[in-house]
Write a protein that binds this ligand. Structure first.
Ligand SMILES: [Fe+2]
Length: 497
């Protein structure tokens, strides 16, 4: 009897030690570790605007160190109403070169023919074996209710980031918008790999790990100052110093429908993110990024009955220039969406200790007011701030265009709608400015002595990481600010016409 038990025990030990699975699989998830970046979802370049047809698409993207020639990759998908799995037509493999001596290949597969608003499952197969599976909801159409989360200043690798991602993922938002500073400190590919993807696409959902947000929700990015390797006395992204900088243009895939900008090596172009470095390193980045750089800094997309304009608020953008102002005005005017939202990193209004006098984006307030934008969502200040719905009358130049002072401030007068209370008076006169920058980076307190902004600010909540969670049903927007341990910090409703 004893001998049999010993043999069984030895066999079990041998199985645990020698099993090839233990060498090739993530012990927590059982998934293959062939990925440099596990699969996640993207809207892709060609996403349509306006109401959606029964042909909604989503991209599945992943990265490996193999060029895919000696293996077969496939993506299969099945929506709720399908009885069988469909194989995607083709797998696009694109080399982005070596990153820290490791070859990097981006794989992109389009899942097509999705019904708007319908849940779908997908699986990524490698040589016929399951390497990854996930599920998500296809983009919602005009009449379908939907939920979304907004939070910036995320990828710091902090305990707060993990808790925020866990809480957001738990609520299964249809859409997530990240208004910049996606990955610290410089937005490098290597930092995405250590501080962003392992948390924001963690296959384990817990407050200590994060959750599978990127593989189960549509996440849309904006460029922040940390996404462009900004340093003191910055004159451009220094690719000699940070050869894997600008991960934003490698990992994200958004519509390229905004400002059409052109970059030529060695030529500094107004309103284009400047690059610094030897020709070889700059060329390597340009080849890797393709037409995403610099155009992915400014774009728009539709979700449900909302239109989202995403802008680059960094210092090389001159939003007082007439072409740029015309682009914003045209984009917002032509949209027939019920809700018009704008999102960028640097808030026009902030009471925080570090960025309170960085007013560059106030130059666009008059356009937001004219075109019927309801909410402007920002990050940059690592806290939560909600302003009264407001109209801002900036000091203008002789042509009547809002102007910025030499020190980066934009002076002007506020007209506040203090009758709006988010419950019994839910209609707004003016634009609602929200700062939601508590996604993971170290937190900011309030600056003293800002009487005008203090008057305009309705709520300033700091000292904990947090995110904004919203739902829209036709003309009603419900907004909650939620802490990293799930407590509701602020909650209100907005009605539109
Ligand atoms: Fe920032």
């Amino acid at each position: 009897m004893k001998k049999i038990a010993l043999v069984a025990w030895l066999a079990l030990v041998q199985l645990l030690i020698l099993s090839p699975l233990s060498a090739s699989a993530d012990t927590k998830t059982g998934e293959s570790d062939v990925f440099l970046v596990k699969p996640y979802l993207q809207l892709g370049e060609g996403a349509r605007q306006g109401d959606l047809a029964k042909q909604e698409k989503m991209e599945v993207v992943w990265f490996t160190s193999s060029n895919g020639k000696s293996e077969k990759w496939q993506v299969q998908s099945k929506s709720q109403t399908d009885s069988k799995w469909f194989s995607s037509k083709s797998v696009e493999v694109f080399s982005i070169g070596q990153v820290e001596n490791v070859p990097f290949y981006r794989y992109t597969v389009k899942i097509e023919g999705l019904n708007p608003g319908e849940k779908f499952d997908y699986k990524v197969l490698r040589n016929g074996s399951l390497a990854f599976n996930g599920s998500a909801v296809a983009r919602k159409s005009f009449n379908q209710p939907y939920s979304f989360a907004v939070f910036g200043d995320v990828g710091a690798g902090s305990a707060g980031e993990k808790k925020v991602i866990y809480e957001v993922t738990k609520r299964k938002p249809d859409l997530v918008v990240m208004p910049g500073d996606i990955t610290y400190d410089q937005g490098r590919i290597s930092q995405y790999l250590s501080r962003f993807f392992p948390i924001v696409n963690s296959q384990v959902s817990s407050p200590d790990n994060g959750g599978p947000l990127l593989s189960s929700s549509l996440v849309m990015p904006a460029l922040g100052n940390h996404d462009i390797a900004m340093t003191t006395s910055w004159k451009g992204t220094d690719l000699n110093r940070f050869p894997d900088a600008l991960g934003y243009f490698i990992f994200w895939s958004t519509p390229l429908n905004g400002l059409k900008l052109d970059y030529k090596i060695g030529q500094s172009t107004r309103n284009v993110l400047p690059l610094i470095g030897e020709q070889a390193v700059v060329t390597k980045f340009l080849n890797a990024a393709g037409k995403r750089y610099p155009n992915m800094g400014n774009y728009s997309f539709d979700y449900g009955n909302s239109h989202w304009l995403i802008l680059d608020g960094n210092e090389y953008m001159h939003w007082g220039d007439s072409e740029l102002r015309a682009f914003v005005e045209n984009d917002l005017t032509k949209s027939k969406a019920k809700w018009k939202f704008v999102s960028f990193h640097q808030p026009p209004f902030s009471l925080d200790i570090y960025h309170h006098s960085e007013h560059r984006m106030r130059l666009l307030c008059d356009i937001f007011e004219r075109t019927g934008v309801q909410v402007v969502w920002c990050g940059h200040a690592h806290n939560y701030q909600r302003y009264f719905p407001l109209k801002f009358k900036a000091k203008t130049n002789k042509d009547g265009v809002p102007m910025m002072n030499g020190n980066g401030t934009v002076t002007g007068d506020y007209i506040l709608d203090t009758t709006f209370n988010g419950s019994t008076h839910p209609k707004m006169k003016g634009v609602l400015y929200i700062v939601s920058g508590g996604g993971g980076a170290s937190l900011y307190r309030r600056a003293p002595f800002l009487p005008k902004e203090s008057e305009a600010c309705h709520k300033f909540i700091h000292g904990m990481h947090s995110f904004t969670f919203c739902s829209i049903n036709d003309k009603t927007l419900n907004v909650s600010q939620i802490s990293d341990d799930g407590k509701v910090l602020d909650s209100f409703k907005v009605e539109t016409d």
